[in-house]
Write a protein that binds this ligand. Sequence first.
Ligand SMILES: NC(=O)c1ccc[n+]([C@@H]2O[C@H](COP(=O)([O-])OP(=O)(O)OC[C@H]3O[C@@H](n4cnc5c(N)ncnc54)[C@H](OP(=O)(O)O)[C@@H]3O)[C@@H](O)[C@H]2O)c1
Length: 345
Amino acid sequence: METKTSVTLGIMSVILLFAIPVLHFLAFGLLIYFVVIVTMALTQDGDLLLMLYEQWGQDGSNLRGKVAWITGASSGIGEALSYELARKGVKLILSARREKELERVKQRCVQTSELTDDDVLVLPLDVRDYESHKGCADKALGHFKKVDILVNNAGRSQRSLAVETSLEVDKAVFELNVIGQLSVTKAILPHMLARKEGHIVNISSVAGRISPELSSAYSASKHALMGYFGAFAYENQELCITNVCPGPIESSIVTNAFGKDLNAPKFEYGSNTAERSGASMQTAERCASLIVVAVANKLSEVWICKNIVMILMLMNQWAPLPTAWIKKIVYGNKRIEEFKKSQVN
Ligand SMILES: NC(=O)c1ccc[n+]([C@@H]2O[C@H](COP(=O)([O-])OP(=O)(O)OC[C@H]3O[C@@H](n4cnc5c(N)ncnc54)[C@H](OP(=O)(O)O)[C@@H]3O)[C@@H](O)[C@H]2O)c1
């Protein structure tokens, strides 16, 4: 054998000698990782950090005496969060368009907590009426003299195929889920910056991290919100930003979703059997209680989801391509087919 060949073989043997144990180590690490994520997804309904803080962190009693402004407080997650924060002694500003519903939520907040009538302000507001937001912020400050926490929760989803969705719907989704949230934030921001403190909580979605079929504009709007507040958090480190990514939560979100055009009839919940399967659903109350943990412990991003949704979220971080493929074969294609069928019938 030539000397050159023997040297090459020698070097390759040494590399293999080290590479094989390293590969074994990596494969073992990968196996442990998959066991952990599957176990977590089947037993937990939030990301690991959130679950740890729920066990050993602040439970929300440290928020007592603070003032929180919640948009979209008239139903669903915003309503449940209002009750949860009221029980922790947080004074509330409740905003949405339906004043009567806000009054109902206020009554229940007062009845189920030690808050008085004066501790809960009903402040009707349309998130898309940007001109009105400064006046609303002034009213809130006039009443409580401060706003410690803003929860940007108001929002609507969309159920339609991207190619069939009118540009008006795409615009309306962005005007509500993105520009509306920024406008309310900018109305209260001078107050927070002057105090050098404030906590902005954005109710985004798992759709802000992965892109579910049939919700193209909605998913894009939630990605936009997360992108904006990611940069915002770097620039304003005296403020605290929490981005919340819930999975499917029981609420009116689907019946209130935009269709392919602005006049499309409301989405029929029962018409699509693959829509929001039971195993992944969570209650608005559970979601609200985990949001309180996230706020009380100043977590920057939390995921409130379980089952296949949690598995996809975890996998998507490290392996987006296989995740998209699994999503397609597990339920994505089926949902699209069922949606198309439901549109024909
Ligand atoms: N449910 C889920 O599965 C889920 C999952 C991930 C993220 N989210 C997010 O959670 C948030 C709350 O949704 P939800 O599930 O609780 O749905 P929901 O029950 O339909 O509640 C939506 C809330 O937004 C308010 N809203 C809608 N348009 C508004 C406008 N133009 N101005 C002011 N308020 C407006 C509604 O009040 P009015 O009609 O009285 O104005 C209502 O209080 C949304 O941002 C949604 O994207 C929900």
